[in-house]
Design a protein around this ligand. Structure first.
Ligand SMILES: Nc1ncnc2c1ncn2[C@@H]1O[C@H](COP(=O)(O)OP(=O)(O)OP(=O)(O)O)[C@@H](O)[C@H]1O
Ligand SMILES: [Mg+2]
Length: 368
């Protein structure tokens, strides 16, 4: 993650891409509510959300492939809302990479440069350099059908990066690959993005992929943006229940607001007790709320000092997940609560026994 990334605030004069109230409706159906966000020059921004949340719709409006119902798109401060696709010069990579089957790898990668009427010797040099970068130089004369899925996807990436577009849009480009290859390609795309200083919008529904790759993540749900921020902001300070549960594992203690304590922390009354936490930025209203606590912030045993929450629950199971153990607890109302534990560590309790756990107040966030 890039800690020098601009903050989640929108509106900055350096924005490469300014999405200003872009929306899309099909008849009475809203595919995307009016959406406003800036993408900074050289930034890697990921649109993350479940199926049908409007990610592709937003990306396609930036590409020009789908006309917007309302709103405005500016690139480098210029109004591009109605500019045709072929005049945008953006690099596009989609899940189905659509290589030309009758062209070799080399010819596929050369294609965008030929379209731009570049001289043959420059094309040869650029293609060779790009194929080397994606480690396909030995495959230059093969046809797409003679390549594995991952190799074909690398050709698609090379064909996109070869003409050095200032803006690249990628829609689930790794969706068809197995986990190991996806992970390799994630790092590959990150490296290419950095090397070329491209401004990149990337679509995925895979939260791990978004955390690994992005400078900022735009979490989408039900046709709108839930939260925009750096991976660590979204992970440690989710603003909504959706953002907290979609990204990483969260403990969710549902309840109602019960005022504040003398330190100004928000109190929330739940079936497992009343706990203190930090109020999320946008949650001053009454009504249903939840306290979100990440499992790695919870420790075994009674609270060791002030500024802690404590609860008692029944140890239901201990699950080994490789890097650590996951302790599954049942709260009195049946809610599951989990914490992590070093596999070697003594838990000091048997399955079925009641145990006490605690976590710092600042680790809990109250959201709605
Ligand atoms: N041409 C269309 N006509 C009508 N509805 C559409 C059209 N294109 C998309 N939609 C609807 O708009 C909503 C958002 O679609 P979109 O493709 O943006 O979702 P997505 O977030 O990319 O999902 P996925 O992860 O499944 O690709 C969906 O409910 C979809 O059915
Ligand atoms: Mg999509």
């Amino acid at each position: 993650m890039n800690i020098s990334t601009p903050s989640a605030a929108t509106a900055s004069p350096a924005a490469k891409i300014r999405i200003d109230g872009l929306s899309k409706t099909y008849g009475t159906f809203t595919a995307l509510e009016p959406t406003t966000l800036d993408v900074q020059r050289g930034e890697f921004l990921t649109l993350l959300g479940p199926s049908g949340s409007g990610k592709t719709t937003l990306l396609q409006m930036v590409s020009g492939l789908t006309p917007a119902t309302s709103g405005r798109l500016s690139i480098d401060g210029e109004n591009w809302t109605d500019r045709p696709v072929h005049e945008r010069g953006m690099g596009l990579v989609f899940q189905h990479y659509a290589l030309f089957p009758h062209m070799t790898v080399e010819e596929n990668v050369a294609f965008p440069l030929k379209m731009r009427n570049q001289p043959a010797d420059q094309i040869r040099a650029a293609v060779a350099e790009t194929l080397e970068k994606v480690q396909l130089d030995k495959f230059a004369h093969r046809f797409p059908r003679e390549l594995s899925g991952g190799q074909q996807q690398r050709v698609a990436l090379a064909r996109c990066f070869v003409f050095r577009p200032e803006i690249i849009l990628m829609d689930e480009p790794l969706g068809a690959l197995d986990k190991a290859l996806r992970e390799t390609m994630q790092l590959e795309i990150r490296r290419l993005h950095r090397e070329f200083g491209t401004t990149l919008i990337y679509v995925t529904h895979d939260q791990e992929e978004a955390l690994v790759m992005s400078d900022r993540i735009c979490v989408m749900n039900h046709a709108k943006v839930e939260q925009l921020g750096t991976p660590s902001q979204i992970y440690s300070d989710p603003e909504t229940i959706f953002a907290a549960t979609f990204i990483g594992h969260s403990n969710l203690l549902q309840g109602t607001l019960a005022g504040t304590d003398d330190q100004g922390n928000t109190l929330i009354r739940t079936a497992a007790g009343t706990f203190a936490g930090r109020m999320g930025a946008r949650d001053a209203d009454a009504g249903a709320h939840a306290l979100i606590v990440r499992p790695e912030r919870v420790s075994l045993g009674a609270a060791t000092g002030p500024g802690m929450n404590e609860l008692r629950a029944t140890l239901r199971d201990v699950v080994y997940i490789g890097s650590d153990n996951r302790l599954l607890l049942d709260l009195p109302d049946g809610t599951e609560f989990t914490l992590r534990r070093d596999p070697g560590a003594d838990i000091g309790a048997e399955i079925g026994q009641e145990i006490t756990v605690h976590w710092p107040i600042e680790a809990g966030r109250v959201v709605s």
